[in-house]
Design a protein around this ligand. Sequence first.
Ligand SMILES: [Zn+2]
Length: 314
Amino acid sequence: MGAPPGSDAGEKLEEREIGPVTVLFGEEGGKYPDGNSLLVRGSRETVVIDPALGVVARQGRLPRVDRVLNSHCHEDHIAGNHLFPDVPWHVHEADAIGFRSIDDFMGIYGFPDDVAKTWRSTVLERFHYAPRPDVSPFRDADVFDLGDVAIRVVHTPGHTRGHSLLLVEWGARGAGERLAYLGDIELSSFGPYYGDAWSDLEDFERSLAVVRKIEAAWYATFHHIGVLDPAAFAERLDRFETKILEREAALLDYLDEPRSLDQIVAHRFVYRPGPEAPYIDSVERRSMGMHLRRLLARDRVEEVEPGRYLAVEV
Ligand SMILES: [Zn+2]
């Protein structure tokens, strides 16, 4: 049950001020299904970025907001969008279709029918999905001028097609007055998520190279890693990126005898064996399918009989 406006639910949630930015931490520091949202105040406009369930819990205690910006179109990032029906919503043009209807939104995940049925009700009931066909798309390098504060878009696809970083800049706008909001390039020990229909492993890798070059004094992630300084960011980014190589190396090891994609899915490379969630098989199939195709293309793996794959001895 959702908390009524102005209740205690949002009061215990932490906040942190950094220049014109207020980080609105979610439950458990923004652990899924919650997340960390940003409130950015310029002299002319105030913007909320990725209003999460923690923003829903703060309902009634938020300042007036002039726009909603979304780093991408996923359930946890848009859970509070419905609180701002009268202001423009912005998302990258490649993800904008997700706001057209619940069917279009479901297409971003591409789950099989049995999983999609449950997921659709979760998205509607728990994450308050609201369609907004007139969403205003942004593109790479677009700038929102809030008055003395700017938010710059850096398109970083891979997690979804439209996933974007949002760089908040103020004052002299050097790195010392810049906060990079990384969205779901979230630097957790889980590693990069590229398990949806709209995900792409190689786009994700290119985006990580872009992220690596971004200079800022603060790096804010949507989930529980929270806000990092440059040294912690660099260290976390290395570890995060290494997860991709580890998954690929583990797959190569596993293919020391011929295996099918079904066996790869059951073995689990993205999720640990054990926990059950209806979408896990779909995510494993899509993610490890991308690794498998890449290894086949690079002659590291061969299809020794139809649908059975074996690592090539090197
Ligand atoms: Zn996401």
